[in-house]
Ligand binder design. Structure first.
Ligand SMILES: NC(=O)N[C@@H](CC(=O)O)C(=O)O
Ligand SMILES: [Zn+2]
Length: 428
């Protein structure tokens, strides 16, 4: 193999190493370079941390239909800069991704705007128009390239329809990602139900609106013996149910998001619409239960639920502003905070890479010879101010706006190509 690129001085699991790349693959990761470097592209990473390119299994990229919030090109830019080589995009676009033509359109747009990656995998609508009444043409969507199905944003309340969808999806070898919410209990809610919702005079969303549906999914999954993946888990009761299910060997998997780990409902004080999200931010007890569950593997993965919205939408009154937090740009910096909470780099790679790949049957390149050269180089010490200029997403709606975060992706290689890097590395 003809060595093309040598990246010197990267830190991998506390060792200083050099990465050797050829034909888009990692040839070797070595401590010493014992070959001639003539005619190779050589870069000095100066001690940046090496991590594999990550996976975000739950984003909203808004195209087609809401390109003013985000489009596939800008969303993939935010993904590349956030450290994600693969994103799975939800179906609540306009038109909704409930037919092959929309899936194909999304895939074409991704290829056109970012031919070398990051890679977009669409998630097909579970029901037509996300209306929860009739199954979407799941086989057609799978064939077009959808990697999972979900009614994200709009729960399927009818258990018979939901059951048939889960069975049909599984026959196609794909999983259902369920947005667990009882739409009657959650109706018109804007914030977690509790003291703060009363204080602010806002209709609350009780945690039982989520946990009831988590219980339904667990019981269905057990009865059918078919896996179901639970989206953005936000509360303690859900964690307890998932723990019970896993003890019983029920094939449930679950995700949560950085905002549920690092914020509570208090972030909504003073009617801060940037912290308005569905499911809502909850209490300290919920936050602790989620962290514990993540550490113990009760919750399997982290996702951003990247939900970009325009400023004018978030500037409305709290009750009227849309739900959602823009998350691709900040996810890695926030996740690095977990290193101080008993998590290792290996855990972070599991939560944002290995595990989502296993759950959804996606490719994931480990950092070892023979694997695709998909990796990021991260400056752990860099402090950056979250502001509209430092976010690559069009969605500037993050509760961390104006805050400093630590840790930033400096370079992102995908299949041996530099897809993100400050002013592109000389020579690329
Ligand atoms: N998670 C969110 O807060 N928002 C999602 C949809 C949704 O799940 O309500 C969005 O598409 O904006
Ligand atoms: Zn979502």
């Amino acid at each position: 193999m003809n060595i093309e690129i040598v990246i010197k001085n990267v830190v991998w699991m506390e060792n200083r190493v050099n990465i050797i790349i050829a034909e888009g693959k990692i040839v070797d990761i070595v401590e010493k370079i014992d070959f001639n470097l003539d005619n190779k592209k050589i870069f000095d990473a100066n001690g940046l941390i090496l991590l594999p390119s990550l996976i975000d299994a739950h984003v909203h990229l808004r195209e087609p239909g809401y390109e003013y919030k985000e489009d596939i090109a800008s969303g993939l830019h935010a993904a590349a800069g956030g450290g994600f080589g693969i994103v799975m995009a939800m179906a609540n676009t306009n038109p909704i991704n409930d037919r092959a033509s929309v899936t194909e359109f999304m895939l074409d747009k991704a290829k056109e705007s970012w031919p070398n990656g990051p890679r977009l995998y669409p998630i097909g609508a579970l029901t037509k128009g996300l209306a929860g009444k009739e199954m979407a043409p799941l086989a057609e969507l799978a064939e077009a390239g959808c990697k999972a199905f979900s009614n994200d944003g709009l729960p399927v309340m009818n258990n018979e329809i939901f059951r048939r969808c889960v069975e049909y999806a599984w026959d196609l070898g794909l999983k259902v990602i369920d947005h667990c919410e009882d739409s009657f209990l959650a109706k018109d809610g804007a914030i977690n139900e509790g003291k703060l919702s009363s204080f602010l005079g806002l209709k609350g969303i009780p945690s039982v609106a989520e946990s009831l549906q988590v219980a339904r999914d667990i019981l269905l999954s057990a009865y059918l013996d078919i896996p179901i993946h639970l989206a953005h888990i936000s509360c303690k009761e859900s964690v307890e149910l998932i723990y019970w299910a896993k003890q019983k060997g029920i094939p449930i998997t679950a995700e949560t998001c950085p905002h549920y780990l690092f914020l509570t409902e208090d972030a909504c004080n003073e009617y801060n619409t940037l912290a308005k999200v569905n499911p809502p931010l909850r209490t300290k007890q919920d936050q602790e239960a989620l962290l514990h569950a993540l550490r113990e593997g009760v919750i399997d993965i982290l996702v951003t639920d990247h939900a970009p919205h325009a400023d004018f939408e978030k500037e409305q009154a709290f009750a009227d502003a849309p739900n959602g937090i823009s998350g691709l740009d900040t996810a890695l910096s926030l996740s690095l905070k977990l290193l101080k909470k008993g998590f290792s780099f290996k855990d972070i790679i599991g939560l944002w890479g290995k595990r989502p790949a296993e759950i959804f049957g996606l490719e994931f390149s480990e950092l070892m010879s023979g694997q695709e050269a998909n990796f990021i180089l991260v400056d752990l010490k860099e402090e950056w101010l979250v502001n509209p200029n430092t976010l690559f997403s069009k969605g500037k709606n993050t509760p961390w706006l104006g805050h400093k975060l630590r840790g930033r992706v400096k370079f992102h290689f995908y299949k041996g190509q530099l897809i993100f890097g400050e002013k592109l590395w000389p020579g690329f």
